[in-house]
Design a protein around this ligand. Structure first.
Ligand code: DSN
Length: 445
């Protein structure tokens, strides 16, 4: 019992310390992490019974609950349907599946479903080295779990984007069943419109992984995949879309072919890949959807403005930010080459020592086998923006970062300034402070 008690105490201490460390003392710039409002957090805590329930079963072509194999579902069915409809309304689509527990799960169900509906198991994807998520790749879910045959889009490193003309040739030659867009190091909108015609010509389904940019899409910024030619969006719900950790798949299945694909994807959700669907997150997902409906445009615009401001300012201060000729970014992220300052691993650690949390990243031209020695950083601006940072605050933050990168100040000294800066931005903006406030707002609207 002594060891057990000791472990238990350490677990509680570490959990408490974590909350204070990352939420109150660090500036968070991991591009894949979102910042939930107090109302979303309150709703998550409120749904504690729901969090422990099961709702296995089938859904109908609109994404609503059709059949459940458990009793006690009377409100749970409504909760799932309402959350589904809020997401459908926000993203202007006719079908959504909110039973998905993560972005990777969204890809698993979609790639599996589409591969069952498609004429072959070939999938054209962005190269992993150029920003695709590991789940798109043959070394990850796509190849190792689903057994899909991956073929890469041709990528133009200077443009930091898919090369349209050469990818048309690749798609025409390979005749894949699925073509994907989207990714994790994702600076510029992908050319869905430009490649849609050849996808149609070869009969490929088009999937778009919106995990990183879902909040920007909700805000009408970046790109609108479903209007540009994507058949399905796969996504997590906790990055630029500031909801609870979870996932979603959405689409506009307006033809028999797409309706067939929806059926296969739903089959891949249940029974193939879910038992518990983590229902406790759904009310909070609805709160986040409301916040994005009301404040998403303002939030998304400021996120991109802050990222671009940081790109310009870091560049002016001697940091190599990629894609300067293209305005650095049109998303929430920057890609920065810090070779001159000791490489991504060292700089990310030094910044962590100063309580600025971001991640090292392999850049497309790095040796992809040397994962421990990347030359880059990926920096995300969605968290600081939601805390209220504007351009002047971003420049101040960049000054702190540059002083660490250039070893002008010790990380331990800068850390004190970071903690002080964080204290100035205690309130989460572009959202509600509690659920009641959201309910009252909606009643008056
Ligand atoms: N691995 C995450 C990222 O950082 O992009 C996405 O799942």
């Amino acid at each position: 019992m002594e060891d057990f008690a000791d472990l238990f105490t350490k677990l509680i201490d570490a959990s408490r310390n974590h909350e204070n460390y990352r939420d109150s003392e660090c500036i968070n710039m991991i591009a894949s992490e979102g910042l939930k409002s107090p109302a979303v957090r309150e709703m998550q805590a409120f749904a504690s019974d729901l969090e422990g329930r099961y709702a296995e079963g089938e859904n109908d072509p609109e994404g609503h609950v059709k059949k459940r194999y458990y009793q006690g579902q009377k409100y749970m069915m409504l909760i799932e349907d309402y959350a589904t409809d809020l997401m459908k309304s926000l993203f202007k689509c006719t079908w959504a599946d909110v039973r998905i527990v993560s972005g990777t799960h969204a890809n698993l169900a979609t790639f599996k479903g589409l591969s069952l509906a498609a004429k072959n198991r070939k999938m054209v994807v962005t190269p992993l080295s150029c920003g695709a998520h590991i789940s798109h790749d043959y070394t990850g879910l796509s190849g190792n779990v689903l057994g899909l045959e991956n073929i890469n889009h041709v990528y133009n490193i200077d443009e930091f984007n898919i090369d349209v003309d050469r990818s048309i040739d690749v798609i025409r030659a390979a005749k894949p069943g699925i073509v994907t867009f989207g990714g994790s190091l994702f600076l510029f909108p992908h050319p869905i419109k430009e490649l849609k015609e050849v996808c149609d010509e070869v009969g490929a389904y088009v999937a778009y992984d919106a995990s990183h940019v879902l909040g920007l899409i909700a805000g009408g910024v970046f790109q609108d995949p479903l209007r540009e030619g994507a058949d399905f969006i796969t996504s997590s719900t906790h990055k630029t879309f500031p909801g609870p950790q979870g996932g979603v798949i959405m689409g506009n299945p307006s033809t028999q072919r797409l309706a067939k694909a929806v059926k296969k994807i739903q089959f891949a959700v249940f029974p193939l890949s879910t038992s518990s669907t983590h229902l406790g997150r759904l009310p909070a997902l609805g709160v986040a959807a409301l916040e994005m409906k009301l404040f998403g445009t303002e939030l998304a615009r400021q996120i991109v403005k802050n990222a671009q401001t940081a790109g310009q300012y870091l560049c002016e201060n001697g940091v190599k930010v990629l894609c300067s000729a293209k305005g650095f970014t049109r998303s929430h992220q920057l890609a920065v080459d810090v070779c001159n300052f000791g490489g991504g691993k060292k700089v990310a650690q030094d910044l962590e020592d100063a309580n600025i949390i971001l991640n090292k990243n392999l850049l497309p031209y790095d040796n992809q086998d040397d994962r421990d020695n990347p030359s880059g950083l990926r920096i995300g601006f969605q968290d600081v923006t939601r805390r209220g940072f504007k351009e002047g605050d971003i420049k101040h933050l960049c000054d702190l970062m540059v002083s660490v990168m250039k070893a002008k100040r010790k990380p331990s000294e800068v850390k004190e300034d970071v903690i002080a800066l964080k204290k100035e931005f205690k309130q989460v903006k572009y959202g509600f402070q509690n659920v009641e406030e959201a309910v009252e707002y909606v009643k008056k609207a």
